[in-house]
Design a protein around this ligand. Structure first.
Ligand SMILES: [Zn+2]
Length: 211
């Protein structure tokens, strides 16, 4: 028996278990019925996340369809992540964090220079991670759509204004995603150091696939 607390309550048998280094990309194929658990090992680490259908990667995660179908901006336990064809791709089966963001977008060299100044131009960003991972399967910049930011806190004020503020996550907190179809998961373990989304200190996360 494993005493590993990060495996507690995970359905099925782990068949893939990997630490994704701070600032690194990750790509993995997950079959319908399998569960992906993301562990925020050190806390307050944004995990930028894209999804494609393995059968046809023209079908991919749609923030708009997901938000419209549930009538709510935040992703919580029970949220169904929907494709641009409105079909369920994955379901948030469990979340130790109250909610996750899908409106804050992914950082890029371009957005960094706009927001934080030209001295940030050389800093590695999420869009570069998405490209690096996607290029291994022939997808390019036009395949990068609005993403999910797991463990990132983007509150929406009553007047509609947004913030990117200190995370609500903490060391060892997890989110479990059950695949509803065969999917390709592409992750950027966010390298951002210019705002509090990673507590100004990008850290590793752990990806466990079980089924
Ligand atoms: Zn980022």
């Amino acid at each position: 028996m494993s005493a590993d607390p990060h495996l507690a309550g995970l359905p099925g048998t782990p068949r893939h278990d990997q630490i994704v280094a701070a600032r690194a990309p990750w790509l993995h194929h997950i079959k319908a019925g399998e569960t992906l658990r993301i562990v925020d090992l050190e806390g307050n680490q944004a995990v930028d996340f894209l999804l494609y259908s393995a059968a046809d990667d023209a079908e991919r995660y749609s923030a708009q369809d997901t938000v419209a179908a549930q009538g709510n901006l935040f992703l919580r336990t029970g949220t169904v992540l929907r494709s641009n064809e409105g079909r369920p791709m994955m379901t948030i089966a469990a979340s130790a964090v109250e909610y996750h963001d899908t409106i804050g977008g992914a950082c890029s060299c371009e957005s960094n220079t706009l927001r934080y100044g030209h001295h940030t131009k050389a800093q590695h960003a999420c869009v570069e991670n998405f490209l690096e991972a996607n290029l291994t399967e022939g997808r390019g910049k036009r395949d990068i759509v609005s993403n999910i930011n797991f463990f990132m806190n983007v509150p929406v004020e009553p007047d509609g204004s947004l913030g990117i503020v200190d995370g609500i996550s903490a060391p060892g907190l997890t989110v479990d995603l059950r695949a509803e179809m065969d999917v390709i998961v592409v992750v950027s373990n966010c390298p951002q150091i210019n705002n509090p989304c990673n507590a100004f200190n990008p850290t590793p996360v752990r990806m466990i696939v079980a089924g």
